[in-house]
Design a protein around this ligand. Structure first.
Ligand code: SF4
Length: 209
């Protein structure tokens, strides 16, 4: 990547755009809501079960001016979900300012591993063991969504819930490839610990992106 372009990406006025699409939010608190998804490339958290490994290498995704991203989004929806990859790899201030100027509601899906930039109407924090969230993301999170891949993830979920702000809504979500094994365990756990709720990747059941 040319240095001038890299500087613009580093400043957050261009972003490595992996894909953008209008669909239904499948997970968590806003499931069932139509939203425009902006998937930004770049993530070095390294979850072995990650279902978007193609997002990891930012260099594979074209640096795209945020004006063009916002212009496309405005054609579809007032609800925007910024996801990745790990969107907080980049400075989210310029993109969210521009989306806000269009009156949009902006949500982020993040592991919280990096500095919290941007202005958000909803922060979905999905923490990962390999790179824990920063303190500021624990404070800002509206929902905590812990992915359950194995039994130890229940312990991790409680550890994360102990760090989160008191208004945050708590979700346990089965990792897709383990859903047959983990769903019964999650159901039992939530019945015994009703401060948690079940989140499912309903978009995968609906066969939509
Ligand atoms: S943080 Fe998200 S994008 Fe990054 S490796 Fe983990 S699941 Fe994949």
């Amino acid at each position: 990547m040319k240095k001038e372009v890299q500087d613009l990406v580093n400043a957050g006025v261009m972003l490595p755009l992996m894909e953008e699409f209008y669909t239904i939010q499948g997970e968590g608190f806003h499931k069932g809501t139509a939203a425009y998804f902006i998937r930004v490339g770049g993530c070095d958290v390294g979850c072995h079960w990650c279902d978007v490994k193609e997002s990891w290498n930012a260099d594979l995704h074209p640096p795209t001016a945020i004006e063009s991203i916002v212009e496309n989004a405005a054609k579809y929806s007032k609800t925007i979900v910024i996801t990745g990859g790990e969107p907080l790899t980049w400075n989210m201030d310029p993109l969210t300012e521009m989306l806000k100027s269009q009156g949009m509601q902006i949500h982020i899906e993040t592991s919280g591993a990096y500095k919290l930039t941007g202005t958000w109407d909803w922060v979905c924090l999905s923490p990962k063991k390999m790179k824990l969230p920063t303190k500021e993301v624990y404070k800002a999170a509206n929902e905590l969504k812990v992915i359950i891949f194995n039994k130890d993830d229940f312990r991790f979920a409680e550890e994360q819930a102990a760090k989160i702000n008191e208004n945050c809504i708590l979700y346990l979500q089965p990792e897709w490839s383990k859903r047959d094994k983990m769903v019964p365990l999650i159901v039992d756990y939530v019945m015994q610990n009703p401060q948690w709720k079940v989140s499912l990747q309903t978009h995968k059941y609906l066969n939509i992106p």
